[in-house]
Design a protein around this ligand. Structure first.
Ligand SMILES: Nc1ncnc2c1ncn2[C@@H]1O[C@H](COP(=O)(O)OP(=O)(O)OP(=O)(O)O)[C@@H](O)[C@H]1O
Ligand code: SF4
Ligand SMILES: [Mg+2]
Length: 383
């Protein structure tokens, strides 16, 4: 007799495999003279919506264009990996790109009119994509195009089909562009400032459309926006860019409710998240470093109210906190201290910086405690 086989150990549920995985991406501009994206890593799971935020020039569009294999002349991926659905996009050949870009990955940008031919009816342009990409016949492509325009919530889709770009409003044009982007049933949609030029009502409608497409098609979305309300409405996770680097990432609700990086905290303060009265990212005092500037330490130090000498002496790693959130700050978790109204109490900067110190002086809130725990945790857990 054989001994009875031991009962199988219960298997831990597998984490969903990322659809898109960007690892240590570096992008140079000006023919290699400046590094504008400096070691960016993030993942997008199937069906997940991830928002990229940050001031102008922080590297969001370059990151998206690198994923799309559509960098402008003079810009190039200098190192790093971009894996999409198991394919290494850095090694994709022309034929593979044709299947991926506009096929498995769709994209929508600001200013939809500039992506459409002004001298052709929009429906013909959509049909053309379906014929080229999916090999549909003329009639089938037309029927499918009208179906897509209907699915985009356009009234009188058959009429819209025959209209020229100049005859449509900005919101209608963006819906046409989204129809083009999802026409081949992509797995990932990259929306770079796709709602920025629209008025608030139309913007809300387009956001609703994106959310519906996501729910119905299991679409993953990378959404770039200056508007934190857009990110809050659509995205599960938020990735904050500063000076070509990621400085913070985590679940949207948690990051918006409790930012840990001083830059994120400053962004939220100027954006008045909460009442959504003024929702765009206004200028935070000071300037971000120019693209390609090589600084010895934290790229935010010149503008940071919490900066101490150590911030500028060595590169700051992106630390992974025990709850999975990522923050690139020696003093992560103490961001609220920078607020003028907090200056009367809380942790003294020099105490907060002593990350190995017992959590004395932090009883008034969690920020200081986090700083202590996080400081110990993040050392060595870096990207
Ligand atoms: N084609 C280019 N040639 C030279 N520099 C470029 C080029 N494209 C981008 N850059 C520079 O790279 C940096 C990052 O640009 P990117 O367009 O990614 O910023 P962004 O975060 O998308 O900003 P915005 O919010 O204004 O769209 C900027 O400093 C920009 O000037
Ligand atoms: S590392 Fe220092 S300078 Fe940079 S954000 Fe943190 S506290 Fe500010
Ligand atoms: Mg951009």
């Amino acid at each position: 007799m054989f001994a009875e086989a031991p009962a199988e150990a219960p298997q831990a549920p597998e984490a969903p495999k990322a659809l898109l995985s960007v690892r240590d991406l570096r992008v140079t501009v000006s023919a290699g003279r400046a590094e504008a994206v400096r070691g960016v890593s993030f993942e997008v799971a199937p069906g997940e919506a991830v928002g990229l935020v940050g001031e102008s020039g922080s590297g969001k569009t370059l990151t998206c264009r690198a994923v799309l294999g559509a960098l402008a002349p003079g810009c190039a991926v200098s190192s790093g990996e971009i894996e999409f659905g198991g394919h290494d996009l850095n090694r994709a050949n022309r034929r593979e790109w044709l299947a991926i870009r506009g096929g498995r990955i769709g994209a929508v940008f600001q200013d939809p009119a500039s992506y459409l031919n002004p001298s052709l009816p929009v429906g013909d342009q959509l049909s053309e994509v379906l014929r080229v990409k999916l090999g549909l016949g003329r009639r089938e492509a037309r029927e499918r195009a009208v179906e897509l325009l209907t699915a985009m919530g356009l009234n009188a889709p058959a009429r819209v089909y025959g209209q020229y770009p100049h005859e449509l409003s900005g919101g209608m044009l963006q819906r046409v562009l989204i129809a083009v982007a999802v026409s081949c049933d992509p797995e990932l949609l990259i929306a770079d400032e796709a709602t920025t030029a629209l008025d608030v009502t139309v913007q809300a409608e387009v956001l609703e459309l994106l959310a519906r497409l996501r729910a119905e098609r299991g679409l993953s979305i990378v959404c770039v926006s200056h508007d934190l309300a857009v990110i809050a409405a659509l995205c599960d996770r938020i990735v904050v860019f500063y000076g070509g680097e990621i400085v913070e990432s985590g679940p949207t609700e948690e990051v918006l409710a409790n930012p840990r990086h001083p830059y994120t905290e400053a962004l939220l303060r100027v954006a008045s998240v909460g009442d959504w009265g003024r929702r765009t990212l206004e200028v935070i005092p000071g300037q971000p470093p120019p693209a390609g500037a090589d600084l010895p330490g934290c790229r935010f130090a010149a503008r940071c109210a919490l900066a101490v000498d150590a911030c500028s002496s060595a590169p700051i790693p992106l630390g992974v906190h025990p709850d999975g959130r990522e923050v690139r700050c020696l003093r992560a978790g103490t961001a609220g201290e920078g607020r003028p109204e907090d200056s009367s109490g809380g942790v003294r900067p020099e105490d907060a910086f002593l990350t190995d110190a017992p959590s004395t002086g932090t009883s008034s809130g969690t920020a200081g405690r986090d700083a202590v725990a996080v400081g110990a945790e993040t050392r060595g857990v870096v990207r």
